[in-house]
Write a protein that binds this ligand. Sequence first.
Ligand SMILES: [Zn+2]
Length: 266
Amino acid sequence: MAKITAVTPTICQLMQITPPQTRAAALPQVLGQAKNIFNGQAVQKCLIYAPDALGLFLLQDFYNEFNQVKKVAPVTADLESVMPTVTPVCFASMFSGALPEITGIKKYEKLVVKIETVFDVLHHAGKKVALVAVKDSSIDLIFREREIEYYSEPDDAAVAARTIALMEQKDIDFILAYNQEYDDYVHRTEPFSSECIQAMYKHIKTFLDLTEAFHQAWGEYNRAIAFTPDHGAHYDHERKKGMHGTDLPADLNVRHYWGLYQSENK
Ligand SMILES: [Zn+2]
């Protein structure tokens, strides 16, 4: 099964940029769709929305809710996360295309990733990159020290608002927007608590709102949007709380969604 490392080569192939050194292959279903939609042209604008811990396990009970995501980003990819399934390890691998032994983040620690990432190759190709995340989260910290734009926001809602504002400015070519409320409640409660489910609904709604802004602001460009959680979660019977980090299927399996759209000027 493909891993979340496939995200990096997929972004690079869509934007027609040489990927960082990685053994991961781009997702064939996304490239196949790109061939139909873009006719050999590059994606000019890309928005990646990464909601923390929204694993595939939620689909069993909330199939219809995730179908709303699929409506706007219809190309799905069921992927395995990397071990241990904790946030900085997973995102370091997702956005470099490399496994944890190569990224240097092999456990829960928010070190700066030193190897080449998708953000580096985009920057070197002349693309303007923005990372929008809640302050002090993994995404906010582990990709520092690069010539890209960093937006550290107080909460998820501010991340969404900033992302919309950046799309409206039009000069940014690639945005990674990170949200964390579901994961926050997983650790405080358990994966199907009412707080968690409310947070899941919020993340889905945020993605739909971002999609709408994405079409409005970036409609004149060939564009890609994706929904890319890092890992799942499970109920820990000893601690009586939600957790992740193991190789249980609930932690390891994620479903990603991609939507590809041609410029409306053509
Ligand atoms: Zn996480």
